[in-house]
Design a protein around this ligand. Structure first.
Ligand code: UD1
Length: 415
């Protein structure tokens, strides 16, 4: 198991290309099984979650190649509808294959998915949606979904769940008739999935708004598609610049996706310039506290950037209040930040962060992906050396976080 050793105190400076989006590429890879042909997907980040998804696709009978950020999937022959339990347990996003595999083969068998332990993370909305499309689902021991002919229908989601919206979209692509999803998630990754599906002949409309319409089609065709940049990775590098008083140019971003973050970083005293696909963030020596960070579905402040923003606020001037509205167990980084000297009080969904003069390096444990990234950021401003264990969580969702921060001047060693 590797660890990060971070020596604090360096101001970040330089430029970095933002990787392709983890949360966009995983459902897109799941979508490739709908197509009895080839998909070429570009701008694919090198992440453990991506490798796990490719292994699952191979176990289903797909031929897969991954080279130079480009993935080739040939899903002409699907030979199995049973998802391998050991891989499914490694990654929550494997649940997205329920919709696509059901759409393609009419049957899926899966164990319950794993992933970050940031909350209960039920899948009731996914299953409710698939049942509305006509699937029969048995939940005894494992999940068995059957539905030879899915039929388009109207589905009102009780909550705009990202995963449930994706699963229903995927199952509806080859269904008979038209499916309408109301109160759908509006995240940019949903729009990217729509664009990918349409690039292979699907008829999906409305993503990015709360109503999505999917007209079922008989078959799909081969495609080549490039994944959107990762807005959460971009936000992490923005937080890294902010916390170290640095200046960083991010290349290959979609500025529109970053507005919920840009607004907060401006409030903290950072200057931000944007130009097409570039964003430059310049931070003062010490940032100011942000009054209120409330996580919400897009276009609200993303829950996936909450831990990194909290790390930045630990040494800001003043007091910040965080309200985590999406996941009930998403403050697992707080104890570790506190070990480093942060002043954070948590009461349920609320965390009050009082900026302190300095953090101190010590050994801390990454317990989940974004919480792990937050500890790396805290280590970059702490006095002395911080050792971060549990780096495997970080590697699930960041492409070489340590080395990229190092290229900007951070003193980080991956051991
Ligand atoms: C996706 C992202 C994750 C991000 C989250 C919210 C991927 C691979 N992961 O996760 O990084 O943090 O969106 O932006 O894209 N819920 C239910 N029942 C369900 C489904 C969800 O109650 O059937 C609840 C969840 O427990 C949670 C909330 O809805 O409280 C949001 O979850 P959801 O939007 O589904 O997130 P994910 O798709 O799991």
């Amino acid at each position: 198991m590797s660890v990060y050793r971070v020596v604090g105190g360096n101001r970040l400076q330089g430029e970095i290309k933002v990787e392709g989006s983890k949360n966009a590429v995983l459902p897109i890879l799941a979508a490739t099984v709908l197509n009895k042909g080839e998909s070429i997907i570009e701008n694919v980040p090198e992440l453990n979650d991506v490798i796990t998804m490719l292994r699952i696709l191979e176990s289903l009978g797909c031929r897969v190649e991954y080279k130079d950020q480009s993935v080739w999937v040939d899903a002409s022959n699907i030979t199995s509808s049973e998802m391998p339990a050991n891989l499914v347990k490694q990654m929550r996003s494997s649940i997205i294959l329920l919709g696509s595999l059901l759409g393609r083969t009419g049957r899926v068998v899966s164990t319950y998915p794993g992933g970050c332990a940031i909350g209960v993370r039920p899948i009731d909305l996914h299953l409710k949606g698939l049942r509305r499309l006509g699937a029969k689902i048995d939940m005894q021991g494992q999940i068995v979904c059957e539905g030879e002919t899915l039929k388009g229908t109207e589905i009102q989601l009780d909550y705009p769940s990202v995963g449930a919206t994706e699963n229903i979209m995927l199952a509806a692509v080859l269904a008979k008739g038209t499916t309408i999803i109301r109160n759908a998630a509006k995240e940019p990754e949903i729009v990217d999935l729509q664009d990918f599906l349409n690039s292979m002949g699907a008829k999906v409309y409305g993503s990015g708004n709360h109503i999505i319409r999917i007209e079922g089609v008989g078959k799909l065709h081969s495609t080549r598609y490039s994944v959107i940049p990762d807005r959460i990775a971009a936000g992490t590098y923005m937080a890294a610049a902010a916390v170290t008083g640095g200046t960083v140019l991010l290349k290959d971003v979609v500025v529109e996706h970053l507005h919920p973050l840009i607004d907060k970083f401006k409030e903290s005293g950072c200057e931000i310039e944007t130009n097409c696909t570039r964003l430059r963030i310049s931070a003062p020596k010490q940032i100011k506290a942000i009054e209120l960070v409330r996580t919400l579905p897009y276009p609200g402040f993303p829950t996936d950037a909450q831990p990194q923003m909290m790390a930045a606020m630990c040494t800001a001037q003043g007091t910040s209040i965080f309200v985590e509205n999406i996941f009930e167990n998403r403050y697992r980084h707080v104890d570790e930040l506190t070990k480093m000297g942060a002043d954070i009080k948590v009461d349920g969904r609320i965390a009050v962060v009082k900026g302190v003069r300095r953090l101190n390096g010590t050994t801390v444990l990454a317990k989940d992906l974004r919480g792990g990234a937050a500890l790396v950021l805290a280590g970059m401003v702490a006095e002395g050396t911080t050792v971060i264990e549990g780096v495997e969580h970080i590697d699930r969702g960041y492409e070489e976080l340590g080395n990229k921060l190092k290229s900007l001047g951070a003193d980080i060693t991956v051991i």
